[in-house]
Design a binder for this molecule. Structure first.
Ligand code: ADP
Ligand code: X15
Length: 396
């Protein structure tokens, strides 16, 4: 069912509560990747231009003890937002109470504030993460309307998204709308051929995505550590490669059901140690030496996956093809990323997480149709699950 968006409501002089996903990586108190902030700008600018009084909030990290508060403050985000908007975004260092309420009362049309990390409320009985009904109600009482633009958190049912939506008119922001459009069209109405590429560490994390995409895509190409559980199911030696023994029967079942729709790497870069300086060799799928471990797919696999991708009209990629954090094992991920980026005339989508980071660091970000800002959220979406924070928004 289509959801109401920020364009469906009146914003002028309204106190607009906006949930963003400003869960950005921080290094020594500095934001090391501001992509999630940048991606929220279209909605923020629209609300400000329309004359809304903007109350921004987000979680940041996981807040487990009092000591986490110092390193998980959203203050640096307010500063970055002020720079990006070229307009002051006031930071309110609390999640409730008089100081916050007064700051909201003093907002003029077209002004914005950001209040502190919603998960600071988790120190008091996990109120945010357990969607405490009183907290959702309290936050809802601070505004006139609620705009949820936090796609990256949409798989969570927390007070700051689902809780507020239960108490106030609730609509999607532009980023939320864009994510749902791209991911939704890819899985529900893809232009074919539709090729999915799944990598990453474990089969167990991706079983439901593999199953769901096998029912929707024309081809599912496998890479990363999970390939070795499939190899084992084929009876290959996997040496010291990542293996989930208890998932071998499932891998066998999936291969039998999928037939040639499921494609495995044909060669691997194996190493004698889990280290960038290890000795390495390229071996075919059925020739992994007993003492070695597979840490990347090999050049023949990259070529094969390029052929499988040729002519594709829709591509969804989730998860690296190898241990791309180490240069010696990054070529598979780089090769596949490049092959997708080079496709003409295809809708190409990255489902967040490590693959999004890889594409960004390789400088390919603008070659993709869409790079999701949500890792867990896009995986759940690709599994076919309804995201609770989306379900909670008002229908059109
Ligand atoms: N062959 C491999 N052996 C061990 N780890 C691997 C292998 N291939 C990929 N990985 C690791 O998988 C991790 C990413 O897995 P995952 O979290 O499932 O992906 P994503 O974040 O894209 O969803 C990376 O840290 C990468 O180093
Ligand atoms: O970064 C996030 O998830 P992701 O790393 O799966 O994309 C979201 O902000 C959700 O955060 P959470 O997993 O702490 O609930």
């Amino acid at each position: 069912m289509a959801k109401k968006t920020v364009e469906d409501i009146q914003l002028k002089d309204k106190k607009v509560l906006m949930r963003a996903d400003f869960n950005v990586p921080l290094k020594d108190g500095q934001i090391s990747d501001d992509n999630r902030i940048v991606q929220a700008l279209p909605t923020i600018k629209y609300i400000l231009e329309q004359g809304g009084k903007l109350i921004l909030f987000s979680h940041l990290g996981k807040v487990k003890e009092e000591a986490d508060k110092e390193k998980l403050s959203l203050r640096p985000v307010a500063q970055r937002l002020s720079e990006l908007l070229d307009q002051d975004v006031q930071f309110v260092p609390t999640t409730r109470g008089k100081e916050l309420e007064e700051a909201i009362d003093q907002l003029d049309a077209g002004q914005a504030l950001l209040f502190e990390n919603t998960r600071f409320e988790d120190l008091d009985g996990k109120k945010e993460s357990k969607n405490d009904p009183e907290l959702g109600k309290y936050w809802a009482s601070l505004g006139d309307v609620f705009v949820n633009d936090a796609f990256g958190t949409a798989h969570r049912s927390h007070a700051s998204n689902v809780g507020i939506s239960a108490n106030l008119e609730a609509v999607a922001g532009y980023l939320m709308e864009k994510e749902l459009k791209f991911l939704g069209e890819a899985v529900n109405d893809p232009e074919r051929p539709f090729v999915a590429i799944l990598g990453g560490a474990k089969v167990s994390d991706k079983i439901n995505v593999i199953k769901s995409l096998l029912s929707k895509a024309d081809k599912v190409l496998i890479g990363g550590g999970m390939a070795y559980t499939f190899y084992k199911a084929k009876g290959y030696e996997v040496g010291k490669s990542l293996l989930e023994e208890e998932r071998v029967p499932l891998a066998k079942e999936l291969m039998e059901e999928a037939g040639d729709k499921l494609v495995l790497p044909v060669d691997n870069v194996v190493a004698d140690d889990f280290s960038n300086d290890a000795n390495t060799q390229v071996v075919s799928a059925d020739a992994i030496p007993a003492d070695w471990e597979g840490l990347d797919c090999g050049p023949a696999t990259v070529e094969k996956y390029k052929e499988e991708l040729a002519g594709a009209k829709t591509v969804v990629w989730n998860g690296p093809m190898g241990v791309f954090e180490m240069e010696s094992f990054a070529k598979g991920t780089i090769g596949v990323c490049q092959a997708i980026a080079d496709l003409d005339d295809a809708k190409t989508i990255i489902g967040g997480g490590d693959s999004a980071a890889a594409a960004q660091s390789l400088g390919y970000a603008d070659k993709f149709s869409h790079i999701s800002t949500g890792g867990g959220a896009s995986l759940e979406f690709l599994e076919g699950n309804e995201l609770p924070a989306v379900a909670a928004l008002d229908d059109k």
